[in-house]
Design a protein around this ligand. Structure first.
Ligand code: ZN
Length: 162
């Protein structure tokens, strides 16, 4: 079985940033499962996994534009402290969801607190980062009928609820 569109793929991986710090990882005991070609992983990784077989190991470097995107300065903005609930304790680095310009929920990160101003950032926390994936293909299988219908994977055995 090789990785191609519509297949359900189980991966073990370590994701590190340009400084070598581990950002995220999934191991054999708690692997990551996705449907190939369904845009559930960053495009630069998905394209590099195409055609790999079970047991394959690969190091993949993904630039920001093929990863979580470049940093968009327009998504970094100042808002008034009073726009947050008074009881909410704000601190740098905290994240919260709010409606973005197009009405969908966007994850914002608090960058700075200055006086009654709060600088927030709606970019993905990994925007602008070069991503280094160290990947091992644990398994590859056909999608179940239900997964095909839903357009996503239902866990390693295809029966996970979600
Ligand atoms: Zn589903």
């Amino acid at each position: 079985m090789t990785i191609k569109n519509g297949m359900v793929v189980t991966l073990a991986y370590t994701l590190t940033d340009a400084e070598g710090d581990v950002i995220d990882k999934a191991d054999a005991a708690d692997p990551f499962v996705y449907m190939h070609g369904a845009h559930q992983i960053v495009p630069g990784l998905e394209s590099q996994l195409e055609g790999l077989k079970v047991g394959a190991k690969k190091k993949v470097t993904v630039g920001a534009s093929e990863g979580y995107g470049e940093v968009d300065p327009e998504l970094q903005m100042h808002v008034k402290r009073t726009q947050f609930p008074a009881e909410m304790e704000l601190e740098v680095g905290m994240q919260f969801e709010a409606s973005g310009a197009d009405g969908t929920d966007v994850l914002f990160t608090v960058l700075e607190l200055v006086g009654d101003q709060v600088k927030i950032d709606g970019n993905h926390p990994l925007a602008g980062e070069i991503l280094h994936f160290d990947v091992e293909v644990v398994s590859v299988r056909e999608a179940t009928a239900e997964e095909e219908q839903h357009g996503h994977a239902h866990g390693p055995d295809g029966h996970h609820h979600h």
